[in-house]
Each structure stands twice: as structure tokens, then as C-alpha cells.
Write a protein that binds this ligand. Structure first.
Ligand code: SF4
Length: 371
């Protein structure tokens, strides 16, 4: 038996460019949202994709499930290129690949009852009789912490956390193998975030899901993921096991992201200044290494030659000419990593509290609802 990882989803040199309306002088411009990304997702893992807003992580997520088509490159699901599939073939594949959106309100049709919303994927895929579908909807609502009688209500009657639970129940209805969460908790209050995160973790185990998590909250990522891919301006610049990445980040951009974790401390400011300026426009990304305009370690070669995303041992990939030098700075980041770890622990804490509340709720029987 080979030791090669069992891959469920794979992006090979995938790009997605969007044509811009152009300038007053008629010049067409192109937004390079995702540019030549290769990424292999292992069956059963939680892979997080992180980066500043506008780095292309949400576009990459949509490419992976063909919600949009790539401009170049291919996406393989179970070894099969999904780019060449007809819409009919794609429809049946969508049973396996499901999406949980950031904004649970705008992703749910306000004119449909919760029961109809959760049942819809089952109807679309011709799964079960009407009575069986109703039973499955009731079971799914219960599984995500909602009462089955909520099926007759409308999305606006629920809180943000409850709406995200409805979105998760809907995504799970068809029995998917891969669930992609695009910032699934960033629109929620912190205490509700923890409950939804813990729910997603439990469901991942129970339904044997592969989870791809698009997020910018490093505490959420550290708590949930097995591996992390770091994106900058449409490219992956580092990929590593979660503990390795947080314990010893090798790419200057990853290090800057960790330094930028907000901490209520007066000493914080000097550290956060490590990341200079705004993200350059994806309409005109810097040549060669795209991070060279903001990188504290940049030298002449960084603006002349593109660094390849190369293996540097222990399953890690880094795209940087000077990663060894950057690695030498990693130990000073340990305190940042420890802070992220502390933040991640708060979700575990909430889990304990949530479980306690759940037990109390069960004891008190009907009448209460899940936030
Ligand atoms: Fe910084 Fe140069 Fe590495 Fe790019 S290649 S991240 S500019 S040191």
C-alpha cells in the first residue's frame, strides 16, 4: 500500500480571472481573483483557507464546487475532472458537494418555510417519498438543535445563529461528502459562533464529512482545522499542518497575519505594524513575489523572480525566496501562537457550557429554543 494521502478534491493550477468594465480609454482590465492555485484536500480532513479579504479565498471555494467555472486549470473530485461534466451530471454531483454561506439570512429564501428550505435538496435530487422527506427534515432540524415544529415557520422568525443552523441542516439534507463553509460563523455573536463551530465539528464526525473552511478568524481556524492554506492576492503562499503553522510560521505573510491578531494590550501596536500598507489591487498585482511591496524581508530578487510554492519538509509548502531567514524569526512569534491557542480554547470552554445548557434544556423539556 502506498503512503500517498487519499484525496477527495484537488485543484490543479486553477485560475479565475474576471473581466473588469475597463477604463475611460476603453482599456480592458482583468481581476486575477485566483491565479494558478494547486491544492489537494484529503478525505476526512478539515482544511482551512485563510487570508485578508479580497485574497481570493471565497472565489477558490466556489471554484472547488463549480459554483463558478475556472478560467484555466482543473478541479478533480474523487479523481474525476468536474470541469467537463454536463449540468445534469453536475446536479447529481452536488449531492456530494455542499456549501454553507456566510450570511444565513440572504442565503435562505424568505418566502419559503424552513421545512420547504431543508426539504428542497431532497426533492431536487429525487430522494425519498414525501413522507420520508418530511421525517428527514424533522430529524435534521432536531440534529442541528432546532425543534421539528419550526418547519412551518419562516427564516425571519429566527435569530442569526438559528438561521445558520437552518442553513447547515439544508446543506446536510442530501448527505454530502464535502462541506464548504465560507466564513460560516463570522456574522454571528462570539458565544453563538462557538455553538455553531462545535455543531459543525460534531456533524463532521457523525456524517464523516470533509470540511473546507474559509475564514479569517485565526482562533476559529486553529480550533477547527487539521491543515491551513494561506492565500495572498490569489495565490497560496504557505500550506502546513495547523500546529506547525501556528507554532512556526515560515512565510513572512503568515507571520504578519499572526502578529496582527488583535489583543487588548498596549504593547500590541508595535507588533501589528509588521504588515505595511493595504493589499495591492488584484487588477495590477505586484510582479514576481506579490508580497514584496509589503514584506519586511524583501530583497531585489523578490521583485524579479516569482518564488515557487516548494516543499520544505514535514509536508509543508512555502513560496518564499528567504523562508529560512523568515523561519529564524518564528520563535519570537510563539507568544502570538499561544494567544491564538488561548482563543481557540475558549471554543472548547463554550462547548462545555453548551453541553451543560443542553442537558438543562433536555431536563426542562419543551418550551425553550436554541440560540
Ligand atoms: Fe518576502 Fe521575498 Fe519571501 Fe516574497 S519572496 S515573501 S518578498 S522575502
Amino acid at each position: 500500500m502506498s503512503g500517498a494521502p487519499d484525496l477527495i478534491l484537488e485543484a490543479r493550477e486553477v485560475s479565475r480571472h474576471f473581466a473588469n468594465a475597463g477604463t475611460w480609454f476603453g482599456e480592458k482590465r482583468v481581476v486575477r481573483a485566483v491565479d494558478g492555485v494547486s491544492l489537494a484536500v484529503r478525505r476526512g480532513e478539515t482544511l482551512a483557507v485563510v487570508g485578508e479579504s479580497g485574497c481570493g479565498k471565497s472565489t477558490l471555494a466556489r471554484l472547488l464546487v463549480r459554483l463558478i467555472k475556472p478560467t484555466a486549470g482543473e478541479v478533480l473530485y474523487d479523481g474525476r475532472d468536474i470541469g467537463g461534466l454536463s449540468e445534469r451530471e453536475m446536479r447529481s454531483l452536488r449531492r456530494d458537494l455542499q456549501f454553507v454561506f456566510q450570511d444565513p439570512f440572504s442565503s435562505l429564501n424568505p418566502r419559503m418555510t424552513v421545512g420547504t428550505l431543508v426539504e428542497e435538496p431532497l426533492r431536487v435530487h429525487g430522494m425519498g417519498s414525501r413522507a420520508e422527506r418530511r421525517r428527514r427534515v424533522a430529524a435534521l432540524l432536531q440534529r442541528v438543535g432546532l425543534r421539528p415544529e419550526f418547519a412551518d415557520r419562516y427564516p425571519h422568525e429566527f435569530s442569526g445563529g438559528q438561521r445558520q443552523r437552518i442553513g447547515i441542516a439544508r446543506a446536510l439534507a442530501s448527505g454530502p461528502k464535502v462541506l464548504i463553509g465560507d466564513e460560516p460563523v463570522s456574522a454571528l455573536d462570539v458565544s453563538i459562533q462557538a455553538q455553531v463551530i462545535n455543531l459543525l465539528e460534531d456533524l463532521k464526525e457523525e456524517f464523516r464529512l470533509t470540511l473546507i473552511l474559509i475564514a479569517h478568524d485565526l482562533a476559529v481556524i486553529r480550533h477547527m482545522s487539521d491543515r491551513v492554506a494561506v492565500m495572498y492576492l490569489g495565490e497560496i503562499v504557505e500550506l502546513a499542518e495547523t500546529d506547525a503553522l501556528f507554532g512556526r510560521p515560515l512565510h513572512p505573510y503568515t507571520q504578519a497575519l499572526l502578529r496582527a491578531i488583535p489583543v487588548p494590550s498596549p504593547r500590541r501596536r508595535a507588533s501589528a505594524a509588521a504588515l505595511k500598507g493595504d493589499v495591492p489591487s488584484p487588477l495590477a498585482p505586484p510582479a514576481a513575489c506579490r508580497f514584496h511591496t509589503r514584506c519586511p524581508l524583501a530583497t531585489a530578487i523578490c521583485g524579479e523572480k516569482k518564488p515557487a510554492l516548494a516543499a520544505v519538509g514535514e509536508g509543508r509548502l512555502v513560496a518564499c525566496h528567504h523562508w529560512q531567514e523568515a523561519a529564524g524569526q518564528a520563535p519570537e512569534l510563539r507568544s502570538e501562537a499561544e494567544r491564538t491557542s488561548a482563543a481557540a480554547r475558549r471554543f472548547a470552554l463554550y462547548r462545555d457550557r453548551s453541553e451543560q445548557q443542553e442537558r438543562l434544556r433536555t431536563a426542562a423539556a419543551a418550551g425553550s429554543t436554541t440560540p
